[in-house]
Design a protein around this ligand. Structure first.
Ligand code: GRG
Length: 308
């Protein structure tokens, strides 16, 4: 996919090969994740962690973190430990989300879910181990970044994963289950926290590690919040329109569970329109960065055109 992006009248139109970019970044991230979690005693827990962490996935969160660090003048090596940590936290949330006490799913990333292979006890512990290791990993593996920036990153990731982020969103989601009168405001809260907070942390932390200014962090935060919501709207649409093979997880779960989703409130066409609008607003936030923003702009477009 080659994306031609008009960056404004003062700059020439640039083309950006997103497919190659994503493939190269994914390759580097797979290598880093593989070496991040070696199997030592007690082997069972490390195997369970690796089973889900190395099960594929788009690696969108670490890719966003690396891209944002580069946009802000940093290098990929400065952000790689944080990028891996964010994928560990994302994987933890998928393992826990799939548990019988939560969404109770049998498939994830095209494979049996963690608890189906290792049992519920080990799956819970594998999630816990990935979550705690993520923070250890940022603190001990980040190099060539001032300690203040590392500390700020750890605090930001902690907030995104906690009750004010991922967990808060999941709690309201669980509480909303079976209800047919969930408001748009509640739906927005669920997704801004459950999905949006971690995506926002990926983008903002990449820039924190590069010592970006507060104004740039704000711009990147607004960009990420918008693409986070657009990402979730597309996720809801794909749950209806895509197959299990395309998704790598059970399709049609939302309708089956009678869940209120964006398509159930707005219909599919209006949901697509809202997602495109959010992406357009997100991209506008990055205008000041000129061609340095090309990767993030292309990823924003990819979010609305993706098929899994
Ligand atoms: C214990 C800190 C803690 C959190 C647990 C279970 C839970 C709280 C939160 C659930 C979060 C969740 C599953 C959000 C859904 C996010 C989402 C849209 C996932 C799919 O992401 P993709 O499409 O998946 O990027 P891949 O497989 O490509 O990585």
């Amino acid at each position: 996919m080659v994306l031609a992006t008009e960056m404004g009248s003062s700059q020439p139109e640039s083309s950006f090969d997103l497919s190659t970019y994503l493939a190269k970044r994914k390759e580097a991230i797979e290598v880093a994740l593989d070496s991040a979690v070696p199997v030592i005693y007690p082997e069972k827990i490390y195997e369970a962690m690796r089973y889900s962490l190395l099960a594929g996935g788009k690696r969108l969160r670490p890719i966003l973190c690396l891209a944002s660090c580069e946009l802000a003048g940093g290098t990929t090596s400065m952000a790689m430990p944080t990028a891996c940590a964010l994928e560990m936290i994302h994987t933890m949330s998928l393992i826990h989300d799939d548990l019988p006490a939560m969404d109770n799913d049998d498939y994830r990333r095209g494979k049996l879910t963690n608890h189906k292979v290792y049992g519920e006890d080990i799956a819970i512990l594998a999630g816990d181990a990935l979550l705690t290791y993520a923070f250890e990993f940022i603190a001990t593996k980040t190099e060539n970044v001032p300690p203040q920036q590392v500390l700020q990153t750890i605090a930001h990731v902690g907030r995104a994963a906690g009750a004010g982020g991922l967990i808060g969103g999941q709690v309201v989601d669980v509480e909303s289950e079976g209800k047919t009168d969930v408001s748009l405001e509640t739906l927005n809260y669920i997704h801004a926290h459950k999905t949006g907070a971690l995506l926002e942390a990926c983008v903002v932390c990449g820039a924190i590690l590069a010592s970006a200014s507060e104004a740039d962090l704000q711009r990147l935060s607004r960009f990420a919040k918008n693409i986070g919501l657009a990402f979730q709207i597309i996720d809801d649409i794909l749950d209806i329109t895509a197959t299990q093979e395309e998704l790598g997880k059970t399709a049609g779960k939302d309708v089956q569970a009678g869940k209120v989703t964006y398509p159930s409130l707005w219909g599919i066409e209006e949901s697509r329109r809202q997602a495109s609008q959010l992406v357009a607003e997100a991209k506008a936030q990055l205008a000041v960065f000129g061609s340095k923003a090309l990767p993030l702009l292309a990823i924003a477009d990819f979010i609305t055109s993706r098929s899994n």
